[in-house]
Every structure is written in structure tokens, then in C-alpha cells.
Design a protein around this ligand. Structure first.
Ligand SMILES: CNc1ncnc2c1ncn2[C@@H]1O[C@H](COP(=O)(O)O)[C@@H](O)[C@H]1O
Length: 672
């Protein structure tokens, strides 16, 4: 296919040797859309057949012959796109031409041949992706089966299929596509993962989450087109990162938070240079986000995206890396080896380590031997899409091994690289068990260049403190930093919300609960009953004060009153009935004896009281009541007169006689 545009210019600026180096460099293509990669000559054939088929002017997909012709002309000229949304208008015509099983099979065969055949295949391993479509003659399952039928010609070591989920899909179509992917993977087909693609501004990503989670649990890899345009909101990017993707498509507009997360997760980014330039999401190579990832020594994979409209190839994309600025990045051969083969993360195959090569010399050996080590079409029958019986005992062998030359380059370390060095350790062996889904990165979980370089060099771990890092190539598969980050953020948000709320005033406990003992409380009566008597004692009224009445609730109060009425409890206000102690009894009896003695002595020495004497003399006088007239002064005004009857008089006399008793004893009731 003719290479034009930026990739064409870069390619033309390279020497023959440089071009040969790129062509023979083992490469993996991990981001290629089937319908965007059909060679133009094949599409022209399909268009001619479509127009001359005598079918009515409107095809089953609703496109007229004229519309097909116009689209073909656009593709032949090399479409100019004002913005990325124009890019998607190219596809209805292409879809019309690949809407039958036969046409789809032809198109797929041509795409596979473009990438994998020839003296210098574009790549040694291809992950082709396509969106299952339903047409008049194909169900979505049939669509995927037709594509897989063509993949089977190359075998699982050279190609795998990623099922794309379009951002415009509704839930029922998403469900159907995912079920198809799972089903065919279950049948042993090389369905290695799922992708999120389509118009970057379409769809609500919240409804996609469960499908990608389900895909992951089914052992499928996940790659997502993410932050492809400046208009993709940061919140959507974070949401997509929370799906725990294994790889990211484009990742052009990550903000600092997203960049940090991607760095922490060490997620491989699929870089499509020409695609970004032609869709105008990136103005120049100088502005391209690849610069950020190169600086950070972050894993990237160089890819083509859609070689049909972008008129590029994988060789063209590598030419952009190697060409001198401003046509390219001016990378050396060593840097190309490092970028192209070492850091990529395949969703499918894992790399046997015995084939890893360490430096450029070994790489050159490989290049000289390229024809001999280039993978050959597997010997199994072309239509053998199911695992062979003799693989039964290797029950973990879900994904294919890389072809030997790909493997050889995976760990090759550059000898004079100007890129940040990262040490590659051969963590995998050809005998090791396969990993379902993404392969493991080649360095410790949290990437730190400082730590990284010392990690491989320092054999002596005597002085190491803290937990040992995981072996090279192993990462915390279960650690979901995005999830943790989101949870942390949520917690922080809730705390801030809580702090912002007006606080309900609350009294300290000391204000609500009375102290256990205090003189003040000892003298107060919570029942509010009025005192009826003077206090009879100087001793503290109650030693152990029950203050529960101070804090009782209305319900408790009701219960207490009910208990008091029913006699279950003594009245809270009743003074405590204290048992008279023996000591007090004795004292009282002693006082009675003394009082008796004093009375007898007084009686004897003083004689009868004046009152008694007077009463005795009065008894002898005869009563004048009946004999006197109506008014007699001495009779009527005397103590025995009419103003006071006998009863009143008697009471008065008794009280007067006891007058001395009231003050006769001390407060305690005894004699002084
Ligand atoms: C420019 N970058 C891109 N961004 C987003 N989606 C893209 C894309 N390039 C291609 N596609 C997606 O791939 C489909 C074509 O291949 P398949 O029919 O699946 O084989 C396009 O319709 C689009 O949805």
C-alpha cells in the first residue's frame, strides 16, 4: 500500500540501511482496526463488484452506488480531515462493502496478508481488532466466526483477535458482543481481549463498566480508547481507568491525576503517531504525548490504527521514530529496539525468556538470520481453530507463545541508548505457565528509575530494608490503584462535606450529669417537697446521695412513680428509716432515768407548783355560778370565767407547764 503523508516523508528521509533495519526489526502491531486496514486495491475490487452486481441502487446497508463511489474517491485521494469526527464518516461505505460473509472474509484475508506476509512482514505478531456487526446475511457471532476463520490461517502464535465494543452501542448489543467474545474464547478461539472504540464523544461510559469488568473476569484482556480528544472530560478518563485496563489507546489528553494513575499502574499506551496528526488531535510531533511517555520510560507500543485512510504502515510509523527532526524523533537503532520490542504489553502471548536477547549485536545476528527465524505458518491444519488434543495436559495454555524473533527482541537492552535505561530481567521461561489476559511488565510494580537500575545490579540484599520487591516481571495484578484512588477521593469528599455541615450544639457531659456527691446537692431536694421540720442532726444529711432523679427521662419518671405506687420501690422522697443503733438506745434510757431523778428532786425540794396549789385551793370554794346575778365582775373576768371554758383552760395550763421542756435539752435531744 502506498505510504504517504508524514510517514511517507519520514520513510523517504531514511537511508536504505535504516529502512532495512526497520523492516527486519521484529515488531508487534497491537492497535489495528480491521475495517480501517483493508488495502485500497481490495476495497476497490469489492466496490466494483458491489456496483456491477446488478443489485438495486440502494444496497442492503442503505448506501447507493454513488455514495460508495464518492467514498472510494475520497479514500484514493487520501482523506483530509478537519477534525476527528470527520474520520468516522468514512466507515458506512466500507461497511457496506464488507457486509456479506464472503466480502468480510476477503477483506480480513487481505488485512492479515498486509501485516503478516511478504519477505519482510510488517509485524511478527498482530492483534487485530474489529467491531461485530449484524447485517442481512450475518449475525454478530457469524461476523466474528468469519474473521476468526481467516486468523486460523496464521495460527495463534502470530495473530489474536480483540473484539471491539463501540461507544455508540446500546446495552443489548454490548451484551451480545461480550457473550460472543466469551463464547468463542471458551471454544478455544484466539479471542484475546475486548476494546472500547468509536466516536470519542459518543456514549455514556458508566453503562460500559460492568461489561468490561465481566470481560476481565472471563480472562479477556481490556484495552480502551481513552482521552483521545481534548473534549473528553477528565471525569470520564478516570472512570475508564477504573475499569483496570491492560492497555490504553491514544491516551492523548491525560491530566496530571490520570497520568499519575497510568504511571502507577504501568499501563502500556498504544501510540498511533500518523493517526493523531491526521485527525488533528496533535498538531506536531514535538507536541505529541509520546515525548512524555519516552521521558518517563513508560511502556508504549507503536501502532498504525487505520492504515487505509491514514496511508501509513508499521514500517512508516517506525520511520517517524527514526527520521531526524522535524520529520521524526531522530531515534537510534538501539532506541528503536527498546521502544519497539521491550516494553510492549501483549494482551495475548507471553514471552519465553530463553529467547530474550540483550544487545544490539545479538539483534543484528537475528536480523542476518531473519529469514531462518521468522515464524512459519503453523503446521496444524489451516482451519484448526480448536486446541489440539495433545495440548490437553497444559491446561493453562490459554494464549499463544510469541514467535521466536519477537521473543528474542522483547528483552534486548540497548547498549548506548539515550532513552532512560530500564533493566529488563528475563522473568519468564519457556516452560512457565501462561497468563490469561495481559502479560506482565518487565519491572517491579511501582516503577521508579532509581530503584529500577539498582534493582538488577544489587545482588547483595543483606542491607535491604522493608519488604522485598516482587520478582522482576511480576506486578500486583489484584492491586487496583484506580479503585483505591476513587475510594480515597470519596472518603475525602465525605469528610469535607461533613466538616462543612452546621454542627448541632452539644453540651459537655459535665453539664448534664450531676456530680456523684456534693454538699449543694445533698441539701437540695429533687422532689421539690417543702421541708416540714428543722433538721434534727448536724451530720451530713445523706452519705451516699442518689442523684438519678436529676437525670431521669420522662419515661423513667413515669416508671418510677408507677413502681412507688405499686409498692415495688420506696418513695424516692421518703427519708431513710434508719435503724436505731444500740448506742443511741442506751443513751436515751440513761437520759430518762436522769430526767426522772431531777423531777423527783425538784418536787421534793420545791413543793407543788403554784398552779397546783391554786387549783387545790379553788376546789374548796363553793360555786357562785348559780347564786350570783347576771353580771359579776370577779366571777366573769376570772380564769374560770365565761370567756374561757374548762377545756380551753385545761389545754392552756398543760402547754404552759411543758414550756420548760422545749428548751430543756440540747439539739441532739440530750442534756448539756
Ligand atoms: C482514529 N481513531 C479511532 N478512534 C476511535 N475508534 C476508531 C478509530 N479508528 C477506528 N476506530 C473504530 O474502528 C472502526 C473500524 O474498524 P472495525 O469496524 O471495528 O473493524 C470504526 O468504525 C471505529 O469505530
Amino acid at each position: 500500500m502506498a505510504i504517504a503523508g508524514p510517514a511517507g516523508e519520514a520513510l523517504r528521509s531514511l537511508t536504505e540501511d535504516q529502512v532495512k533495519f526497520i523492516k527486519t526489526l521484529p515488531k508487534a502491531e497491537l492497535h489495528a482496526h480491521l475495517n480501517g486496514s483493508i488495502p485500497i486495491s481490495v476495497l476497490q475490487d469489492l466496490a466494483r463488484e458491489y456496483v456491477s452486481s446488478g443489485a438495486p441502487p440502494v444496497s442492503e446497508t442503505g448506501l447507493s452506488n454513488e455514495a460508495i463511489q464518492a467514498a472510494m474517491n475520497r479514500l484514493l485521494d487520501g482523506p483530509t480531515l478537519d477534525e476527528i469526527s470527520h474520520f468516522f464518516t468514512l466507515f458506512p461505505a466500507i461497511y457496506a462493502l464488507t457486509s456479506t460473509p464472503e466480502a468480510l472474509a476477503r477483506a480480513t484475508r487481505a488485512v492479515l496478508s498486509e501485516f503478516l506476509d511478504g519477505e519482510y512482514p510488517q509485524c511478527t505478531y498482530l492483534e487485530l481488532r474489529s467491531t461485530p456487526k449484524e447485517t442481512l446475511t450475518m449475525s454478530r457471532e457469524k461476523y466474528v466466526r468469519v474473521v476468526l476463520g481467516e486468523l486460523a490461517r496464521y495460527g495463534v502464535q502470530r495473530v489474536g483477535l480483540v473484539v471491539s465494543l463501540d461507544r455508540r452501542m446500546g446495552e443489548d448489543v454490548l451484551r451480545e458482543c461480550l457473550d460472543v467474545a466469551k463464547k468463542l474464547k471458551g471454544e478455544g478461539e484466539p479471542v484475546v481481549g475486548v476494546d472500547l472504540c468509536g466516536d470519542p464523544m459518543a456514549g455514556d461510559m458508566a453503562s460500559f463498566q460492568k461489561y468490561f469488568e465481566e470481560a476481565k473476569s472471563a480472562g479477556l484482556g481490556v484495552t480502551l480508547h481513552i482521552a483521545e480528544t481534548v473534549n473528553n472530560p477528565a471525569s470520564e478518563t478516570l472512570q475508564l481507568l477504573s475499569f483496570s485496563p491492560d492497555r490504553l489507546g491514544h491516551a492523548t489528553f491525560l491530566d496530571d491525576v490520570a497520568k499519575k494513575l497510568v504511571a502507577e499502574q504501568n499501563t502500556c499506551v498504544e501510540i498511533c503517531l500518523t493517526s493523531n496528526l491526521l485527525c488533528k488531535t496533535v498538531p506536531t510531533l514535538d507536541d505529541h504525548h509520546i515525548n512524555h511517555y519516552l521521558r518517563e520510560n513508560h511502556p508504549i507500543a507503536i501502532c498504525t490504527d487505520d492504515i487505509l485512510p491514514f496511508r501509513t504502515s508499521l514500517v512508516g510509523e517506525y520511520a517517524l521514530l527514526m527520521a531526524q527532526p522535524p520529520l521524526g524523533f531522530g531515534m537510534s537503532e538501539d532506541e528503536l529496539i527498546q521502544v519497539g520490542t521491550r516494553d510492549i504489553v501483549l494482551i495475548g502471548p507471553e514471552l519465553p525468556s530463553h529467547l530474550h536477547k540483550q544487545n544490539k549485536e545479538e539483534q543484528e545476528d537475528d536480523i542476518d538470520k531473519i529469514t531462518s527465524i521468522r515464524p512459519v505458518i503453523p503446521s496444524e491444519p489451516l482451519n484448526a481453530t480448536k486446541p489440539a488434543d495433545d495440548e490437553e495436559d497444559d491446561e493453562d495454555d490459554y494464549v499463544p507463545a510469541l514467535p521466536p524473533d519477537m521473543v528474542a527482541m522483547r528483552s534486548a537492552g540497548p547498549s548506548n541508548s539515550v532513552l532512560p535505561t530500564s533493566t529488563q530481567s528475563s522473568s519468564n521461561s519457556s516452560t512457565s505457565k501462561r497468563v490469561v489476559g495481559p502479560s506482565l511488565p518487565s519491572y517491579p510494580p511501582t516503577y521508579d528509575p532509581m530503584f529500577h537500575s539498582s534493582y538488577a545490579e544489587d545482588d547483595d540484599d543483606d542491607d535491604d530494608f522493608g519488604p522485598k520487591p516482587l520478582p522482576a516481571g511480576v506486578r500486583h495484578a489484584e492491586t487496583d490503584a484506580v479503585k483505591e484512588f476513587m475510594e480515597r477521593e470519596e472518603r475525602r469528599r465525605k469528610e469535607a462535606e461533613e466538616a462543612a455541615k452546621p454542627k448541632a450544639l452539644k453540651r459537655d457531659e459535665w453539664m448534664l450529669v450531676p456530680p456523684t456527691s456534693s454538699d449543694l446537692l445533698g441539701n437540695l431536694d429533687p422532689t421539690k417537697l417543702k421541708a416540714r421540720q428543722f433538721s434534727r442532726s448536724t451530720a451530713p444529711a445523706v452519705k451516699k446521695q442518689d442523684n438519678s432523679l436529676w437525670t431521669e427521662t420522662p419515661a423513667e419518671r413515669q416508671q418510677r412513680l408507677a413502681d412507688e405506687v405499686s409498692g415495688k420501690k420506696r418513695r424516692a422522697a421518703d427519708p431513710k428509716v434508719e435503724e436505731e443503733s444500740d448506742e443511741r438506745k442506751r443513751r436515751r434510757m440513761d437520759e430518762d432515768v436522769i430526767r426522772k431523778g431531777v423531777d423527783e428532786y425538784t418536787q421534793k425540794r420545791r413543793g407543788p407548783a403554784l398552779m397546783a396549789q391554786h387549783a387545790a385551793s379553788g376546789k374548796a370554794e363553793p360555786s357562785k355560778d348559780k347564786e350570783g346575778g347576771i353580771w359579776d365582775h370577779s366571777r366573769d373576768m376570772s380564769l374560770g370565767g365565761r370567756l374561757m371554758d374548762d377545756e380551753k383552760r385545761g389545754k392552756l395550763v398543760r402547754e404552759a407547764a411543758g414550756l420548760g421542756d422545749r428548751f430543756g435539752t440540747a439539739k441532739s435531744g440530750g442534756f448539756l
